[in-house]
Design a protein around this ligand. Structure first.
Ligand code: IMP
Ligand code: MG
Length: 191
């Protein structure tokens, strides 16, 4: 099956749809409102975690109605698989000076929690005024982090998901909703 065919196959199955466009849009709006309220007058800086959160970050940014800035960091831990290697690699660092700033890290999904632990440690070193985390999705069963995520979109079951920025081997980020990428689809795609 080509990626294009797999994409159609994922999209066609009702049972694989986890979160619709509307559910995502409403939640992003809600998060934007809450952040605008909590950070009024503080000009926070959002740090999008590439690649996965680029779509969520762009949508969330536009739902924030107060003065705010954005920058990005790129890390990777997965390679081509669906399980974290546990080793985080820094691919692109943050350019902005975060010292004394109100920082909000924007993640697409928290799975093992290794990524956000790494980001917390790295950002705390440059002494921001405050540091919070927002994640569109949290896989509740697996998150191995001693800190809570400050703003959570949806708690989801421990399944591998794609769409709305989330990939499988770099594909399917452009699906407009979020789908479960089950083993069946992964097997077909690797044939
Ligand atoms: P963690 O370090 O295990 O918490 O993984 C976090 C990162 O892995 C996320 O920012 C995603 O980029 C990626 N990831 C984790 N679970 C999934 C998934 O179900 N689908 C796609 N990417 C995922
Ligand atoms: Mg990510």
């Amino acid at each position: 099956m080509t990626t294009e065919e797999t994409r159609k196959f994922i999209e066609s199955g009702e049972s694989r749809l986890l979160l619709s466009k509307e559910e995502i849009r409403n939640k992003v709006r809600e998060l934007g409102k809450q952040i605008s309220k909590d950070y009024a007058g503080l000009c926070p800086i959002l740090i999008g975690v590439l690649n996965g959160s680029f779509i969520f970050c762009a949508d969330l940014f536009r739902e924030i109605s107060i003065d705010c800035e954005v920058d990005f960091i790129k890390i990777s831990s997965y390679g081509e698989g669906t399980e974290t290697s546990g080793v985080i690699k820094l691919k692109k660092d943050i350019d902005a000076d975060l010292q004394g700033r109100h920082v909000i890290v924007v993640e697409d999904i928290v799975d093992s929690g290794y990524s956000i632990n790494y980001l917390r440690e790295r950002i705390e070193r440059v002494r921001p005024k405050s540091l919070k985390f927002v994640s569109l999705l949290v896989k509740e069963d697996t998150a191995r982090t001693e800190y809570k995520i400050d703003y959570v979109g949806f708690n989801i079951p421990n399944r591998f998901v794609v769409g709305y920025g989330l990939d499988f081997a770099q594909k399917f980020r452009n699906l407009p909703a979020i789908y479960v990428m089950d083993e069946q689809v992964q097997t077909i795609n690797s044939n």
